[in-house]
Design a protein around this ligand. Structure first.
Ligand SMILES: Cc1cc2nc3c(=O)[nH]c(=O)nc-3n(C[C@H](O)[C@H](O)[C@H](O)COP(=O)(O)OP(=O)(O)OC[C@H]3O[C@@H](n4cnc5c(N)ncnc54)[C@H](O)[C@@H]3O)c2cc1C
Length: 240
């Protein structure tokens, strides 16, 4: 039987108009024990009284100084009981957690190869965990992040991502906006439009794709069809 543990909310802040970043610690102080990219199953009490079980990717890398801590990034879904309860959870509030689970992780053999990371919205969460570890290894092949958002206000962890780009030559960031303001000078449209072009400059790439299934299907299909990325070089996680 899966072991259920309790986690306590210690920080909650807006990352964008629709996404909250939540920091939890395990109630007994035991390490979370995850590999960057994995998710937890949460059991969350809702105002109607029913507990809902949903999966959330861990947005933080394992932290040697605080192995009991983990971060989530939760999109508020209209009419969604669990995401709303998590947005409304007060500091000190508890959820049950099971896991960590999942195989959407950097495999050892992939670290020697270029990485293209493609995310939309909170699909960035597991990729942020992977990249937090990876960008610090200064020697290695390129790591390219293509991040799809609606508007500039929806770019999660924008300061962190731009700081990584200045600090780590391996890392390149491309943000594409589906509802770009007139003054926006960057990429526009959905991620699937730009992923094949970016991958052409990254020989023997491994691609990591995360978000809602329609986006993941479109991106992986475009990479296979338009950039000849072999299927076994594609890793993905879907949220629905
Ligand atoms: C492995 C895995 C990891 C996940 N990680 C995250 C995460 O890190 N952050 C996160 O916000 N969600 C994540 N999800 C989705 C999450 O589990 C819930 O489905 C979501 O919070 C909606 O739950 P709800 O009870 O509020 O609404 P429900 O009534 O259960 O969901 C309504 C609909 O919302 C849509 N939906 C689900 N997730 C999103 C989303 N992120 N953005 C927009 N629409 C969505 C789906 O189409 C779903 O059918 C993950 C799902 C899986 C399977």
């Amino acid at each position: 039987m899966a072991r259920t543990r309790k986690a306590i909310l210690v920080d909650s802040r807006a990352l964008s108009p629709s996404v909250r970043g939540l920091r939890f610690v395990t109630s007994d102080g035991a390490p979370v024990g995850h590999i960057a990219g994995q998710y937890l199953d949460l059991v969350v009490a809702t105002p109607g009284g029913l507990p809902f079980r949903r999966s959330y990717s861990i947005a933080s890398a394992p932290d040697v100084e605080h192995p009991e801590a983990f971060e989530l990034a939760v999109t508020r879904v209209d009419g969604g009981p669990t995401s709303q309860a998590l947005h409304d959870l007060a500091l000190g509030g508890a959820v049950e957690i099971e896991g960590p689970r999942g195989t959407f992780v950097r495999r050892d053999e992939d670290r020697a190869r270029a990485g293209l990371f493609v995310a939309a919205g909170t699909g960035l969460a597991p990729i942020r965990a992977m990249l937090t570890e990876e960008v610090r290894r200064t020697n290695g092949p390129p790591l390219v992040l293509l991040f799809g958002c609606r508007s500039p206000a929806d770019v999660l962890w924008a300061d962190e991502l731009t700081a990584w780009e200045s600090a780590y030559p391996r890392f390149r960031l491309h943000v594409t906006l589906s509802r770009a303001p007139v003054a926006w000078a960057g990429l526009v449209g959905y991620v699937q439009r730009h992923a094949p072009g970016l991958v052409r400059a990254l020989p023997d790439v491994r691609a990591y794709v995360c978000g809602l299934s329609a986006m993941v299907e479109d991106v992986t299909a475009a990479l296979e069809r338009d950039a000849s990325v072999p299927r076994d070089a594609l890793r993905y996680e879907t949220y629905d």
